[in-house]
Design a protein around this ligand. Structure first.
Ligand SMILES: Nc1ncnc2c1ncn2[C@@H]1O[C@H](COP(=O)(O)OP(=O)(O)OP(=O)(O)O)[C@@H](O)[C@H]1O
Ligand SMILES: [Mg+2]
Length: 117
């Protein structure tokens, strides 16, 4: 199992959700975050004052999936999230040790996007 973390533009969150649904990835959490892409701080002149660019609003998807769904989840994040401009976001895939469905006590593969969804 993996936890796929995708950080995208807020205005692309619905497109990502649609793409995930089409890919039959079930189960997702979203949160608003603020981030920085790591680029050298651009400096802009605003009303005569020189200011550093600040943090950007992003939406963070967390998607726990069986290994079979890692690529579909990544593709959905890319398809739904891409504009082609800088700042489209980033995807991180991390190992996921356990998952538990509280209602039933099902664990692991039974508790994340099932292979035969
Ligand atoms: N190394 C990182 N660690 C954690 N979060 C990151 C990292 N890089 C980017 N992010 C998050 O992703 C958001 C979008 O990053 P961004 O798309 O600017 O990445 P980038 O690598 O600069 O790519 P681009 O060149 O397309 O701008 C950031 O605002 C931040 O929330
Ligand atoms: Mg960037």
């Amino acid at each position: 199992m993996k936890l796929v973390i995708g950080i995208v533009r807020p205005e692309k969150a619905n497109d990502v959700l649609t793409a995930l649904y089409r890919a039959e990835v079930r189960g997702v959490s979203l949160s608003r975050v603020q981030g920085h892409g790591g680029e050298l701080d651009r400096v802009e002149t605003y009303r005569g004052t020189t200011v550093k660019m600040g943090l950007a609003e992003k939406v963070r998807f967390e998607i726990a999936v069986s290994d079979e769904f890692v690529e579909p989840a990544i593709e959905a994040l890319c398809e739904g999230g891409r504009t082609g401009e800088v700042g489209d976001g980033k995807i991180f895939v991390v190992p996921l040790e356990r998952a538990v469905r509280i209602r039933t006590g099902e664990t692991d593969h039974g508790a994340v996007t099932p292979v035969d969804a």
